[in-house]
Design a binder for this molecule. Structure first.
Ligand code: ZN
Ligand code: ZN
Length: 169
């Protein structure tokens, strides 16, 4: 599905949700939805706030938080809690299934596209449960932290050797 069609679809879903829950359909709320579906990847509230500040619709933090709650509630946005970091969000549709690789050292989050987790036969077994998307959290050490760790270990070894040499004297 191309992105303009997807935006149209999520807009309609949001309208239906706002109507059925008797929430007001403000241009700010639609501007936030539009912005979220214009980009891929993760964002936190601060980066979203800053991005919205530069757009035609200046929205207050209160409006932003309130709208995100609505978007979470109707399933158009997904919330992640990666380790101890601040909550991150991403759009629910138009993102291929992906896993999240989370570094325990620096907290960096990388996305990793996965294939289908289930074979068609396995999917059939999941009766009466239609999968929309799934996402796995994989915790570990990123390349940068790994290199830093190795460099550290090398340094420690050198000083250890020096110390034993001095003792031998
Ligand atoms: Zn790292
Ligand atoms: Zn993601």
């Amino acid at each position: 599905m191309d992105n303009s069609k997807l935006k149209e679809q999520v807009k309609n879903e949001f309208t239906e949700y706002l109507n059925s829950h008797k929430h007001r359909k403000t241009p700010e709320r639609y501007a936030i939805l539009e912005h979220i579906y214009s980009a891929k990847g993760h964002f936190d509230m601060d980066s979203l706030y800053n991005a919205m500040k530069e757009s035609a619709f200046r929205v207050s933090r209160a409006t932003l938080y309130n709208t995100i709650e609505l978007l979470l509630d109707c399933g158009l946005v997904v919330k992640h809690q990666f380790g101890a970091n601040v909550s991150q969000y991403e759009r629910a549709y138009g993102n291929e299934n992906h896993d999240h690789l989370i570094c325990l050292g620096c907290g960096e989050v990388k996305e990793h596209k996965n294939g289908n987790l289930f074979t068609p036969a396995q999917q059939k077994k999941l009766q009466r449960f239609k999968i929309s998307y799934y996402s796995m959290y994989i915790y570990g050490t990123c390349n940068k932290c790994m290199r830093a760790k190795k460099a550290d270990e090398k340094k420690n070894k050198v000083t250890e050797n020096k110390n034993t040499r001095i003792k031998k004297k």
